[in-house]
Design a protein around this ligand. Structure first.
Ligand SMILES: [Zn+2]
Length: 341
């Protein structure tokens, strides 16, 4: 079993890197030194959607999980508290998104983690640099690609595969638990993906338009063939300039964008203004890293978060979200992550 897992792990690298020199070094960061024996694994994660994916693969294997970025926080500007150094010091594995999302946390991990710890940047590992997307909020000259791979279900499944393979290598005793939990999660992700495709079919192609405040749907839009009209948040995370706003208003008018989307984490008077001036509906409830429902409930999960946002977007654009709403989110999501202060 272990041998098979290791082989799969090796194959994954070949697939993930595709011979791309630029991404190979990063993928190698997910290679692990050796198994941890005789005690429970200590896992550290960053943003809540990734913490949820990790928690679902970990299940009841006994591992401890600490999520460093509290839900509903701006993860792009998050600075870990001093107490995180201690948490990172004892970690066996740190799962991060990568793609330059969590540099302060990555620096703290590099300075404090043990030399045998695995620091795994999931996004950087699965996506060759040639496929990184840049846009208004994440311009190429800024050096930070759009990091939101996890809003695209197939990419979230690739994250979960790496999580399973890394955990299997570090903790082979629980290999069958990780394999079974991954299969359940992969099935949930596939069903969400199918439902989202069905929902997309109910929106006419010229209305599959996204104008969001926070630019979290670049890879999602590419996958489902939606168009990102724009994002309002500049790369500085400050407010956009009057010129930027005028251009967005023009775009919304020209393309007849039905709705514009804000989020709880980034309330925006600018979107409200764009809505008023163009007649587009302003929907201000998208969630970035804030899982719906209460801890322990099925909705308080990566798939619960995706479903909430997908339903919100589909319905606001005039589509039908029945396929998404009728999904079974898979209960028994483990919810043990906590956040150091
Ligand atoms: Zn974000």
């Amino acid at each position: 079993m272990l041998r098979k897992s290791l082989m799969l792990f090796g194959l994954l690298f070949v697939t993930a890197c595709g011979g791309d020199e630029a991404s190979q070094g990063s993928a190698e960061n997910c290679a692990v030194a050796g198994p941890v024996e005789g005690r429970a694994l200590r896992i550290v994660t960053t943003v809540a959607p990734i913490t949820s994916l990790v928690a679902q693969v970990v299940g009841d294997s006994g591992a401890e999980i600490v999520g460093l970025v509290p839900e509903g926080t701006n993860s792009h500007t998050f600075e870990p508290p001093p107490s995180a150094a201690e948490v990172l010091e004892s970690a066996d594995v740190v799962f991060m998104n990568g793609l330059v999302l969590e540099e302060p946390t990555k620096d703290l991990a590099a300075a404090n983690a043990s030399s045998t710890a695995t620091i795994c940047e999931l996004g950087t590992a699965i996506l060759p640099e040639s496929e990184w997307l840049y846009d208004f909020s994440f311009p190429k000259e800024g050096g930070k690609p759009n990091p939101h791979l996890w809003t695209n279900p197939p990419m979230a499944k690739s994250y979960a595969e790496i999580i399973r393979d890394v955990l299997t290598k570090i903790d082979p005793v629980n290999a069958s638990t990780y394999a079974a939990n991954f299969d359940l999660l992969a099935d949930a992700i596939d069903r969400l993906d199918d439902a989202m495709r069905q929902a997309t079919e109910t929106i006419s192609a010229e209305r599959r338009l996204l104008l969001t405040y926070h630019d979290a749907y670049a890879y999602f839009a590419k996958h489902y063939d939606w168009t990102v009209v724009g994002a309002i948040q500049p790369s500085s995370f400050d407010e956009p300039t009057p010129k930027d706003i005028a251009e967005l208003i023009e775009q919304v008018r020209v393309r007849n964008v039905p709705a514009v989307f804000g989020s709880e984490v980034f309330p925006s008077s600018v979107l409200e203004q764009i809505g008023k001036e163009t007649g587009a509906r302003y929907i201000d409830v998208l969630r970035d890293d804030d899982l719906p429902g209460a801890p322990g409930e099925p909705a308080h999960s990566w798939q619960g978060l995706m479903r909430f946002n997908f339903v919100t977007m589909v319905e606001a654009l005039g589509g039908k979200a029945d396929a998404l709403k009728s999904l079974d989110l898979v209960p028994a999501v483990r919810d043990t992550a906590f956040y150091p202060q």
